[in-house]
Write a protein that binds this ligand. Structure first.
Ligand code: FPP
Length: 236
């Protein structure tokens, strides 16, 4: 969700005003995901590196998360949406940790869409944490594993073990980097970049990304001929 700061500066406002407006774009993206039948919508709201931002900006962002949870969870429940947070939550303010746990508990059985907020998250942190668990597992279990079993076992130790790998990653504001997002999980993700700043991101922009995605041929390393022969074995 990039471009909040620039959006605010362009309007002669403080950066935090961009984050506040960004909440409206989150609402719109969640609504459109439901409309389009998307099952998982992940939003990278705060990276591990974002802790290095000025204390006042970090404070506003944490407060925004608390108020967004308080305001939106009743709507989530009304619309059968599950709420989930992924990241190193031990670093988050206690009040926010409590609100997150409460919201996750209250929406646990909702099944139309799962909204996953990545907070205090870093792809490298995720991989290191999983590698430690993988190592411990191997130390106390014997037996040969196939390459696929190793992949699946390692994935099960990642913080994203309960959600599928992303099909499409949308990055706003003209930046074309992965910025320590789901590094392992994006192995075969389709990328879509747009110049639109996050506070301006609306359904029409989301639809443009979905249209671009539907034109992609996902080969997962195979040839086009192989894919066509087993038609139906890849999703457009
Ligand atoms: C990146 O733009 C945006 C963020 C670091 C914060 C995103 C958070 C929200 C939109 C707040 C609400 C979130 C939820 C899930 C309710 P930037 O600040 O890096 O902008 P810039 O690149 O223009 O400086």
């Amino acid at each position: 969700m990039d471009g909040n700061g620039r959006w605010a500066r362009q309007k002669g406002l403080e950066r935090v005003e961009g984050h506040k407006s960004g909440v409206e774009s989150v609402r719109s993206a969640v609504e459109y995901a439901v409309e389009k039948g998307v099952k998982f919508l992940s939003l990278f709201a705060f990276s591990e590196e974002n802790w290095k931002r000025p204390e006042s900006e970090v404070f506003v962002l944490m407060e925004l998360m608390v108020s967004a949870i308080i305001n939106e969870i009743p709507e989530f429940n009304k619309n059968n949406i599950r709420f989930k947070v992924i990241g190193d939550r031990s670093r988050l303010p206690a009040k926010l940790q409590d609100k997150i746990s409460e919201a996750e508990r209250e929406t646990y059985n909702n099944s139309v869409l799962t909204v996953v907020i990545f907070l205090s998250y870093s792809g490298k942190w995720d991989i290191i944490t999983a590698a430690e668990k993988y190592h411990n597992y191997l130390s106390s279990n014997s037996g040969e594993l196939s390459a696929q079993e190793k992949n699946e076992l390692f994935s099960s130790f990642l913080s994203t073990s309960e959600i599928p790998d992303p099909d499409l990653l949308i990055r706003t504001s003209g930046e074309q980097r992965i910025s320590n997002y789901m590094l392992w999980q994006c192995a075969y993700t389709e990328f879509y970049f747009t110049e639109v700043l996050w506070p301006d991101f609306r359904k029409i922009h989301f639809q443009a990304a979905l249209d671009a995605y539907s034109q992609r041929e996902r080969r997962f390393g195979k040839t086009g001929e192989q894919i066509n022969k087993t038609s139906g074995s890849y999703e457009k």
